[in-house]
Design a protein around this ligand. Structure first.
Ligand code: ZN
Length: 487
């Protein structure tokens, strides 16, 4: 999809379709006023009749409006202009794109008037890329068609928008890929070419290296599968003088989770290709940061395994030796993500980054607590957590901070080892999991983000197809930009 700026009138621009913004306020942007007048008041009547409610992401298509040269007009709700932010730009632009992408279109012009530039332009264009791209990557003929050219009125951050949009879609493709394709090796093969093209250095640890590095927890989870595990380190050096990473992103990459001997029911396994969404988020974020050439050093570490059942699989009662020396009694083989992260976090911590973030589809308990749209944040450092929360606010991604009182950790006491890998009962399971991870981050400021809810949609939303969402990528790119500015 080509991206370009335009300054033309909504009435006469050479395009197959124009997109106009309809706010809930009384004052409309100039192109909306102009189109309404040219068409003899069609938009006004739509609103007065209650036929169209200008909520963010609501869309309506109008055909062959008088006085408008584009054949199709897409009206998209943008809510109150006072609340306009990057999240609104992203969702509204994505919804319009998704609506229009049902047919092949050559030129689509967004005519939203003044104010939709800077990070709003960036996120709007990224949204258009996401809206035009579905989960049907294996269909002979896809249902959504990206435009040949996307035009954005007074667009000033076009290439940043495209880079962000393409990084989001790559993250979604990784999640949406079939689990036998995107197994640990398949994940690495998909990522390495794009990473090196973006200037990211990658280092891949195979089984032998993982054994030499004493990653006993990660290796135990992987043992039940014929697909060998991998650990991938990614390094983006946007600041050549930095001695250590400004932040390191760590991702859970369980490319398929059967639950192991604590096996999941078939229904619970249907979407378990998405259990590597944390790893995909790390990759998507690093790609965007590198493509934007942000002036800071950011590293990534992803632990890639398949959790299956076989004669070699790890068992309940097994005691694992994690890389940092902690022994872990396994009492549930479906609590495997924290075992993979235990070693991945320790690998990341060994390079002494200034800050750590990990992303994981870690617990169903987090979805019970917060629902499917909100990510849970757990931290050992309030300043770092608040910085990410502010970035999430600017990006318009819902996150919520959870408590980390010490007593939650008492549930992880084992009779035979330093820790066991599950708590005592059902309550507070997302927090207990976070307390487990806290044992592996040394004293580095750290935030754990549980994305079990928002990383994968069972049903489409107006602005995005079902499947992988690439949630938190925009938040973490925004966090990196913030770090680069304040460094
Ligand atoms: Zn599991």
């Amino acid at each position: 999809m080509q991206v370009a700026a335009h300054q033309e009138s909504v009435r006469s621009i050479d395009a197959d379709a124009v997109v106009i913004a309809l706010p809930s306020d009384d004052t409309w942007p100039q192109p909306t006023v102009e189109l309404n007048e040219a068409s003899g008041g069609v938009i006004g009547r739509l609103v007065e009749s209650g036929e169209f409610k200008p909520k963010v992401g609501e869309t309506m298509l109008l055909y062959g409006l008088a006085g408008v040269s584009a054949r199709v007009t897409c009206v998209v709700g943008v809510g109150s202009l006072e609340d306009r932010d990057a999240g609104v730009a992203f969702r509204a632009a994505a919804a319009a794109a998704k609506r229009l992408a049902g047919h092949q279109r050559h030129r689509v012009a967004y005519c939203w008037g003044p104010g939709w530039n800077g990070d709003l332009c960036e996120n709007g264009i990224a949204g258009a890329f996401v809206g035009c791209h579905g989960q049907d990557i294996h269909r002979r003929e896809r249902r959504l068609h990206p435009f040949e050219t996307l035009l954005w009125e007074n667009g000033d951050r076009l290439e940043e928008g495209r880079a962000l949009g393409e990084s989001l879609n790559f993250c979604r493709d990784l999640v949406n890929g079939a689990p036998s394709d995107i197994n640990p090796e398949g994940f690495v093969e998909a990522v390495v070419p794009l990473a090196s093209e973006a200037g990211i250095v990658t280092e891949i640890w195979d089984e032998q290296r993982l054994a030499e590095e004493r990653c006993g927890a990660l290796l135990a989870v992987a043992r039940g599968s014929d697909a060998p595990p991998r650990l991938m380190k990614l390094q983006y050096r946007g600041d050549a003088s930095a001695q250590r990473p400004a932040m390191t992103l760590v991702g859970k990459g369980v490319t398929f989770d059967s639950g192991g001997y604590s096996i999941k029911p078939s229904d619970g396994m249907k979407t378990m290709k998405c259990d590597m969404a944390g790893a995909a988020t790390v990759v998507g974020t690093l790609l965007a940061i590198a493509r934007w050439k942000l002036p800071l050093r950011v590293d990534g570490v992803v632990g890639l395994v398949e959790n299956l059942v076989s004669g070699r699989a790890y068992k309940l009662g097994d005691v694992l030796h994690a890389r940092n020396g902690t022994t872990i009694e396994v009492l549930n083989t479906d609590a495997e993500g924290r075992l993979v992260l235990a070693d991945a976090l320790d690998v990341a911590a060994a390079d002494r980054p200034e800050r750590l973030v990990d992303l994981a589809t870690l617990t169903g308990a987090c979805m019970v607590a917060l629902g499917t749209d909100t990510a849970g944040l757990f931290a050992n450092d309030d300043t770092w957590c608040d910085q990410i929360m502010r970035a999430a606010g600017r990006a318009g991604e819902p996150v919520w901070k959870m408590p980390m009182f010490d007593f939650y950790g008492e549930q992880l006491r084992s009779q035979v080892a330093d820790l066991k890998n599950i708590g005592e009962g059902r309550w507070g399971g997302a927090i207990v999991a976070a307390k487990f991870l806290e044992n592996f981050v040394a004293d580095i400021p750290w935030v754990h983000i549980d994305i079990a809810g928002p990383s994968f949609l069972d049903r489409a939303k107006s602005w995005i197809d079902a499947g992988g969402t690439a949630c938190l990528v925009r938040t973490l790119v925004e966090t990196a930009r913030d770090l680069a500015l304040t460094a």
